[in-house]
Ligand binder design. Structure first.
Ligand SMILES: Cc1cc2nc3c(=O)[nH]c(=O)nc-3n(C[C@H](O)[C@H](O)[C@H](O)COP(=O)(O)OP(=O)(O)OC[C@H]3O[C@@H](n4cnc5c(N)ncnc54)[C@H](O)[C@@H]3O)c2cc1C
Length: 489
């Protein structure tokens, strides 16, 4: 297919999307109560922080719910939101290509519709998994065709509760005015309510010189011919090992604490719409048990990613290698494992993932400790202890935070945690591709309900004031009304 044919087919798809949306009566009229501050400043109904996949689909669902006084901001430059073309280093997504992701029930918005417009059905059949940068291209298209007005280069540094009950968002640098909103959606990503996990053993060593986290920008060119140790064997660890090998690292050793490679993606075994729909409804005991089990079993790296490493003869997997200590010595890093083995290397990459903990989010300072977490509300039975899981926030069904002590931070109910941090409370509906549309619908429903309930007196007044007649009085006859003759008699 030539470039101009592709452009024509894409233009046809764009027209189809617009038609589908108009058939769905999109966007409906705004219905919310207009609000300003006492000083007359504009107030948004909702601000979404994050213009990645979750932020885009949240914006779409909220708009579809008739909430038009809405803003969406992202600190990243346009087209570089999220991990896909920044720190993600896998060749393809793990998710199967058929997932509907952010399409929100609109077939023409699906990845398949976009892909086949550009490449045709035959290539769709041949496609194994979605190449990583292509997913970003799809999200860029989604944003453009939906006309989603993401305000890029806008970093929210603090969310300040105001005495009038509104939330004020401070923007980095102060060059842009702060934003005032009634409700806030934190679509802030995989680490959106946490941070990269940095084990104590690297403390004291210089970041970027001796080590980096897999979510860091890494100069792989500098690792040419060098020895690299990757900590972990999960997806990110394996992807970073592959990247280092492909860029000419002299050797790469992956050190895993566990004795054997995890091989089964346990949660896949029960993946279904039932889990999506029912998870938030089951008891805390069951939610905890499922999440604890899945976390402890660990998700293996995908098959193709693992082969991408092991096809290199200079790649080595080592198990039962928990780290006791690491130190810089004579220009190299010396690693001692809990079993007493010594590894010497030039650079360490931490494939240690992310931890969730509201306390780590400076945007929510200084009241992060007022957010209720699972360890405030639930004590797991023996054998199911999991301090990491305990730091996940204890959320309402609309993703909003709850207070640790009632009455100490009532504004938390207006901050909706639409990121991975929500998964212990409501399931995996606000991060991964499979159920993201479902999560966005719940979010929009919850936000709309909450705005309506808060403003019920305004809607009552509107009901009383509403006078537009449906009938003019000429459409019927009252059979018992006096006739003109009776009236004059
Ligand atoms: C390496 C990697 C690979 C993954 N692969 C898959 C996969 O194959 N399949 C799957 O289903 N899931 C995958 N995931 C999980 C998930 O789909 C992704 O994390 C996805 O990016 C989640 O979308 P998001 O919108 O929540 O977050 P992001 O895409 O990370 O977007 C969050 C945005 O918020 C912005 N932001 C954060 N804080 C602020 C702030 N204070 N002010 C302004 N902007 C802010 C960031 O700049 C970012 O653009 C992967 C995750 C990672 C990290």
């Amino acid at each position: 297919m030539t470039d101009s044919q592709k452009q024509q087919r894409l233009a046809a798809l764009n027209a189809r999307v617009r038609q589908d949306l108009s058939y769905l009566n999109y966007p409906p009229a705004n219905w919310s109560k207009p609000v300003t501050t006492a000083a007359g400043d504009d107030v948004s109904d909702v601000v979404v922080i994050g213009g990645g996949m979750c932020g885009l689909v949240a914006w779409h669902a909220l708009t579809r719910a008739g909430i038009a006084n809405l803003r969406i901001v992202d600190r990243a430059p346009k087209g570089f939101e999220g991990p896909w073309v920044t720190y993600a280093r896998m060749e393809t997504l793990r998710s199967p290509k058929i997932l509907l992701g952010p399409a929100l029930g609109v077939a023409s918005l699906s990845f398949r519709a976009w892909f086949t417009a550009l490449h045709g059905e035959a290539e769709w059949e041949e496609l194994f998994r979605i190449p990583r940068p292509m997913w970003m291209d799809y999200l860029r298209w989604y944003r453009d065709v939906m006309d989603i007005p993401v305000e890029n280069d806008t970093h929210v540094t603090r969310v300040v509760p105001r005495p009038d009950g509104l939330l004020e968002l401070e923007i980095a640098g102060g060059a842009k005015p702060s934003i005032i909103t009634r409700k806030l959606v934190m679509a802030t990503g995989r680490d959106g309510l946490g941070e990269p996990t940095i084990p104590d053993f690297v403390k004291g060593m210089e970041r970027h010189k001796s080590w980096a986290h897999s979510a860091d920008e890494i100069d792989f060119d500098r690792l040419k011919g060098k020895r690299v140790v990757v900590i972990g064997v999960g997806a990110s660890a394996v992807d970073n090992a592959a990247e280092a090998l492909e860029q000419g690292a002299g050797e790469v050793r992956l050190l895993a604490r566990r004795k054997e490679m995890p091989t089964v993606n346990k949660l896949m075994g029960i993946g279904s719409y039932g889990v999506t729909a029912g998870f938030a409804e089951i008891s805390p005991e069951w939610r905890w048990r499922l999440m604890d089990y899945a976390a402890k079993q660990q998700t293996p790296a995908p098959h193709n990613s693992t082969l991408r490493v092991s096809r290199h003869p200079n790649a080595h997997f080592h198990f039962d290698c928990g780290i006791r200590s690491m130190r810089e010595e004579g220009g190299e890093v010396v690693i001692t494992t809990t079993g007493g083995r010594i590894f010497r290397t030039d650079f360490v990459i931490l494939g240690t993932g992310f931890s969730i903990d509201p306390l780590s989010r400076s945007e929510l300072a200084p009241y992060q400790d007022k957010i209720a977490c699972w360890d405030d509300r639930y004590a797991p039975p023996p054998g199911e202890e999991n301090p990491g899981l305990g730091r996940f926030p204890w959320l309402n069904g609309d993703f909003s935070f709850t207070e640790k002590e009632p009455g100490t931070a009532p504004w938390l109910k207006d901050i909706h945690c639409f990121n991975y941090g929500a998964s212990v409370s409501v399931g995996k509906v606000s991060g991964d591709i499979p159920a993201i549309s479902e999560g966005a619908l719940w979010l929009a429903r919850g936000v709309a309900a909450s705005l309506f309930i808060r403003d019920v007196d305004y809607h009552w007044e509107a009901l009383i004031a509403y006078e537009k007649p449906e009938l003019e009085g000429t459409e019927w006859v009252d059979a018992d009304a006096p006739t003109p003759a009776q009236k004059t008699a």
